[in-house]
Each structure stands twice: as structure tokens, then as C-alpha cells.
Design a protein around this ligand. Structure first.
Ligand SMILES: C[S@@+](CC[C@H](N)C(=O)[O-])C[C@H]1O[C@@H](n2cnc3c(N)ncnc32)[C@H](O)[C@@H]1O
Length: 155
């Protein structure tokens, strides 16, 4: 199946809002295919650096290829944006100049029925961003109590 290229929808808003500069330090907590990250690195030549985090190894593989031309200015880690502070500290960063969070699913995830996010095609009820996550959505809805599910949805 051919897939549509991933177009980062917030690109035109994010780059002018962030105004990346050299030598700035930036975090993209939802790296995806790396479209926003590439824009930040381009706008912050020659010394701007970016830490990109995502849970999805498939997205990270695409981002690694896309960001390869930026060499050591791009730091790519498989982790949740909730680990941003720890991952930044690993790089010796105590502060950053900007953070981008583009929440949600990417078109690459929607386009692959086996990931379980598709509205258009049948697939297993998986919905995990990382296959390292123990429970799929099917596990949750079939084993959690009604009260626990209501609590998850409420929170
Ligand atoms: C809308 S896409 C981001 C697209 C990205 N801005 C780009 O330029 O390609 C959202 C991304 O967030 C990731 N994601 C979802 N939950 C996450 C989490 N807790 N931590 C890090 N990334 C997460 C998804 O795997 C997906 O790649």
C-alpha cells in the first residue's frame, strides 16, 4: 500500500512562533516523522540543537533518516515527552529555548490498519504508540472494570 507523505500540519505556525536561533536548544516532545524538528534545525543553523522524543519506533526510524543531514545537532530518543526533563539532563541541558508538542496520532499511524488507529480500515484494536507498552486497547477494554474504564476516560 502506498502511503501519503507526512505533512506536519502546524509547521507554518510553529517556526514563526518559536523563532529558533543559533545556538539555541529545542525539544520536540512528539517528534513523529521529524518535519517540525527539521524546520527548527534549519532555522537555527549553525549551532542550534534539538532533542526529539517519540514513543513510536517506526516514526523514529523515519525521523532519523530525515534528520541525518543535521548530524550531531539532532538528538533522537525513544521516550515519552513526560521524560523530557530527564532526557534533556542526559545531554547536560539545564534549560531550553523552546519546546514543541504536537499531540495526537500521525497520518503514518492512521494509514496502517495493523496499528489499530484507523477509522477507515479494519484492524486489531491495538492503539499502542510503542509495542513495548504492555497492554493494547483490546486488553484494556476486555479486562478492566467498567469503573476503571470510566476513570481512564474521565482523566
Ligand atoms: C501528530 S504526530 C507528530 C508529528 C510531528 N510533529 C512531525 O513533524 O512529523 C504525534 C506524535 O506523537 C507521538 N506520541 C504519542 N504519545 C507520545 C508520548 N507520550 N510521548 C512522545 N511521543 C508521543 C506519536 O507517536 C506521534 O508520532
Amino acid at each position: 500500500m502506498s502511503e501519503a507523505p507526512h505533512l506536519p500540519v502546524l509547521y507554518k505556525s510553529i517556526i514563526p512562533a518559536l523563532q529558533p536561533k543559533s545556538p539555541g536548544r529545542y525539544v520536540d516532545g512528539t517528534l513523529g516523522a521529524g518535519g517540525h524538528a527539521a524546520g527548527i534545525l534549519e532555522a537555527s543553523v549553525p549551532k542550534g540543537e534539538l532533542l526529539g522524543l517519540d514513543l513510536d519506533p517506526a516514526a523514529l526510524a523515519i525521523a532519523r533518516e530525515k534528520l541525518a543531514p543535521f548530524g550531531k545537532r539532532a538528538h533522537i530518543v525513544q521516550a515519552s515527552y513526560t521524560a523530557m526533563k530527564t532526557e534533556a539532563a542526559e545531554l547536560g541541558w539545564q534549560a531550553v529555548d523552546g519546546i514543541v508538542l504536537d499531540f495526537g496520532v500521525s497520518s503514518m499511524q492512521l494509514d496502517r490498519p495493523e496499528r489499530g488507529f484507523s477509522f477507515l480500515n479494519d484492524g486489531p484494536l491495538d492503539m499502542r504508540f510503542s509495542l513495548n507498552t504492555a497492554l493494547s486497547a483490546a486488553d484494556l477494554v476486555n479486562t478492566f472494570s467498567e469503573e476503571d474504564l470510566a476513570d481512564i476516560i474521565f482523566r
